[in-house]
Design a protein around this ligand. Structure first.
Ligand code: SAM
Ligand code: SF4
Length: 446
């Protein structure tokens, strides 16, 4: 019998991408297979993000397109999950009456039952309660066929309540996954040909706090470092206030742990950091950066910054620029502050005008471009170990990443996918490097 078709559209972060893979794995057991063509689907799931206003707007325009499909095929089931679904609940039915199912971030495990009900009985379902245990943490996402790298969720939720952030409100309190379960999943992935895992959580540094046996994140990394076949470990995201000496000690000591850390700073001004409820001052952040560089001199450090948080004066912004000049991040993700319903920053005094936010973002990004260029150019002429992930987007070439998380494109044969090759870096761009395999005996492949 021909399988039913499922189309999933995912917005937002890696956590959502992982959730989408879990949805596909779960519904696969109910006779669905995924399709790239929404026009052929009997079930469409939109996995939403609410981190910034722009994300929410994009979701609306996408849903409008699916509405047209439903007009041609009334049996089509449209479901909305993820963070925006969690936040709006049945409110979604008012805003988009053609939606049949709204499911929250703790309800993914119930998808087969809910979809089954809609297929047989019809009607509408909204399920957005929080559970004591997040059942979807137990579901193993299926990596794509031929994948070399993948993500592994190690925890869900967040207890930090940064004043601007919707995550604790839509993902619930922090919950860690037992270490034995994570290790089992990583071993299975290694058996499937995965060579690199990225451990995912909103604040991986506090991993283990909710577990009775209380392993910490450093212990988890050391254990994964011993799994046969796993050559590289990465993780995201780290909160500076919880970055322990034990974790810093893993860099350089656990051979599989890659020399890269994403350590969001958000602002260089202590006044703004305090209003953001980040739990550290800029001096403590600088101190963590220094400790990381002492333990692992070549480490690549990337970060997130928000400009235009309420109360951010020109002087505060200048302090953020000064921090960037001093730390010299390898890369930076920067955002204009966007007010999110339900967060502590709503209604804070001294909001920053949109034009000022835009201007600050441009200045910040121009400065970071200089630093990214400088860091990438410094790689030219060096040898780098690159894990080959597949064909490059332009085709005809291979693509992979250095241990410091830089993309490298180079000419090579497809049989190198999944292998680590030593390449000479011959050119640098803003978003990638160009490499070359040395012809005469100098190239290592393993
Ligand atoms: N848990 C991570 C952390 O603590 O950094 C990441 C959370 S969030 C998915 C990723 C980034 O989005 C944040 O680091 C922050 O810079 C940005 N962000 C979150 N809420 C925002 C908001 N209301 N406006 C603008 N940017 C925001
Ligand atoms: Fe949001 Fe802060 Fe939690 Fe990160 S640590 S998810 S920014 S509340």
């Amino acid at each position: 019998m021909e399988k039913k078709k499922l189309y999933i559209q995912t917005f937002g972060c890696q956590m959502n991408v992982q959730d989408a893979e879990k949805m596909a794995a779960l519904l696969g057991e109910s006779g669905y297979e995924t399709t790239d063509d929404p026009g052929r689907a009997q079930l469409i799931l939109v996995n939403t993000c609410s981190i910034r206003e722009k994300a929410a707007q994009k979701i609306y325009s996408q849903l409008g397109r699916f509405r047209a499909l439903k007009e041609n095929n009334p049996r089509l089931i449209i479901g909305v999950g993820g963070c925006l679904a969690q936040q709006w609940g049945d409110g979604f039915f008012r805003k988009a009456p053609y939606v049949d199912l709204v499911f929250g971030t703790h309800q993914i495990h119930r998808l087969p039952e809910m979809v089954g009900h809609l297929e047989q009985v019809g009607g509408r379902i909204s399920a957005t309660g929080f559970c004591d245990r997040v059942r979807s943490l137990e579901i193993q996402a299926q990596p794509a066929a031929g994948a070399v790298t993948t993500f592994v969720t190690i925890m869900q939720g967040c207890n930090n309540f940064c004043a601007y952030c919707v995550v604790p409100h839509v993902r619930g309190p922090e919950e860690s996954r037992p270490m034995s379960e994570i290790l089992r999943e990583v071993e299975t992935l290694a058996g499937l040909g995965i060579r690199e895992v990225t451990l995912l959580g909103q604040n991986v540094n506090s991993y283990g706090r909710t577990l009775p046996e209380g392993p910490d994140f450093a212990e988890l990394i050391r254990a994964i470092g011993k799994v046969d076949g796993i050559e590289r470990i990465r993780f995201t995201t780290s909160h500076p206030k919880d970055l322990s000496e034990r974790l810093i000690g893993c860099f350089g000591e656990v051979p599989a742990l890659c020399e890269h850390i994403h350590l969001p700073v958000q602002s260089g001004s202590d006044r703004v950091l305090k209003r953001m409820n980040r739990g550290y001052a800029s001096a403590a952040y600088r101190d963590r950066v220094a400790a990381l560089r002492r333990a692992c001199p070549g480490i690549s450090i990337t970060s997130d910054v928000i400009v235009g948080f309420p109360g951010e004066e020109e002087e505060d912004f200048q302090q953020t620029l000064a921090l960037l000049r001093e730390v010299r991040f390898d890369n930076l993700f920067s955002f204009k502050y966007s007010e999110r319903e339900g967060t502590a920053a709503v209604g804070m005094d001294r909001p920053v005008r949109e034009g000022v936010k835009r201007e600050r973002l441009e200045i910040l990004q121009a400065l970071q471009e200089e630093h990214t260029w400088e860091k990438n150019r410094a790689r030219v002429g060096k040898l780098e170990d690159v894990l080959v992930e597949g064909e490059s987007r332009n085709g005809g070439e291979l693509t992979g990443r250095t241990r410091t998380n830089r993309i490298v494109n180079f000419p090579g044969k497809a049989e190198l996918v999944g292998k680590t090759v030593r390449l000479k870096i011959v050119d640098a761009y803003l978003h990638s490097l160009r490499g070359r395999m040395e012809q005469s005996g100098g190239t290592d492949v393993h």
